[in-house]
Design a protein around this ligand. Sequence first.
Ligand code: AMP
Length: 178
Amino acid sequence: MNIQQELLSILKDYQDFPKPGIVFKDICPLLANPSAFKRVLRHLAEHAGDCSATHIVGMESRGFLFGIPLATELGLPFIPARKSGKLPGEVLKQSYALEYGIDHVEIQKESVQSGARYLVIDDVIATGGTAGAVARLIQSNGGNLAGFSFVIELGFLNGRKALNEIAPQAGIYSLLNL
Ligand code: AMP
């Protein structure tokens, strides 16, 4: 079984969550399966190496679940991108549209250094609004986008196109494109 088939057999869909019309992709069964989770991390690590990332940026909150073990495994710094008002000190802030709603994302200014190469990671890419906002934050302080990694890509929502417009040089990697 390849990683795509394995993910299809493990991940669970919830219809109409968190609101009508949304099919929510639940990664909890993957977190509960350590051998499959390890294989997912191995694939993500390969991509992080291929794009010469120097830093891993994970989005609150499910991006942390993949980004922190990945960064630890690779010996790279992990940087959290969080919802408004959660991070202390000087922060960079950007608003964005979700598949369901509007929100803001923040990152600590001191964690973005010019010349460094940031890989942005999350569990799911839908419209690309969240990852795109994080990319803009990194660019606004002189950081480079090394790439984007996702476990699941909802291809029909065209998030890839949105990210290509923001950071055309950054590769976009997803393990499972639906
Ligand atoms: P977007 O900004 O539209 O690309 O949405 C991506 C963010 O929303 C990620 O942080 C995902 O965790 C979450 N998300 C969006 N759509 C879904 C979905 N159908 N199932 C699970 N998570 C989702």
